[in-house]
Design a protein around this ligand. Sequence first.
Ligand code: PRP
Ligand code: URA
Length: 209
Amino acid sequence: MGNVFVLDHPLIQHKITYIRKTETGTKDFRELVDEVSGLMAYEITRDLPLTEVEVETPVAKTKTKVLSGKKIGIVPILRAGLGMVDGVLRHIPTAKVGHVGLYRDPKTLMPVEYYFKMPKDISERELIVVDPMLATGGSAADAIQSLKKRDAKKIKLMCLIAAPEGVDHIQKEHPDVDIYLAGIDEKLDEKGYIVPGLGDAGDRLFGTK
Ligand code: PRP
Ligand code: URA
C-alpha cells in the first residue's frame, strides 16, 4: 500500500485557507497554487538520493553532497494541474514536463483522455503527477495507468486537496504510488465535488465560468 503524506507545514496550511475562500480571485488563486506547489516540492523530493563530492572552499577542501543526478518528470493533469508546474520547476529546474489531458464527464464522473505527450525517457525518470484535486480519484488513476502502459516505473502523486474516496481509489488501484497532499477533506457531494474543498480548480485558476 502506498504512503499518504499530508503536509502540515504552517505556510502550506495558511495558504490553503486562502485558496479555499470563495472571495479569492483568479490572480491570487493562481499565485497561491503556485506557492503551495513550490513548498510541497520540498517534501516530495525529500528522498532524492545524494552523492558525496569534494569541493574546495576559500578556506579548505571538504566533502559535501549534491543530488545524484536522478531524472525527474513533472506530469500535470490538464487543465488544473498546469497551475502546479512552475512552483515545482522552480526547485527542480532541470525536470522535464509531460502532459496528460483528461476531463471528467459531468454525468458519469468518468475521466476522458484527450491528450498525452511525454518526454521519451519516462521509464528512466521519477514522475510526479500533479493535479490540485483528488476527488473520486478517477482522473489521477487513469493518468497513472496511461503512464504505466508507457513503461513508467516510479510515480508519485501530488495534489492539494483530496476526498477520502480519491485516496482509497489510488491506494487500491496503484498501491505502489505515494500520495502527497495539503489536506484530506470530509467527503464528495452528489456532483463529485470535494466538501468543503475549493470548488472547481480549473475554473478558479483560469477564470472560466
Ligand atoms: C478536475 C481536477 C481533476 C479532476 C478530479 O478536473 O483538476 O483532474 O477534476 O476529479 P476526479 O478525482 O473525480 O477524477 P476537470 O475534470 O474539472 O477538468 P479541468 O481541469 O479541465 O477543469
Ligand atoms: N474537480 C474540481 O475541480 N473540484 C472538485 O471538488 C472535484 C473535482
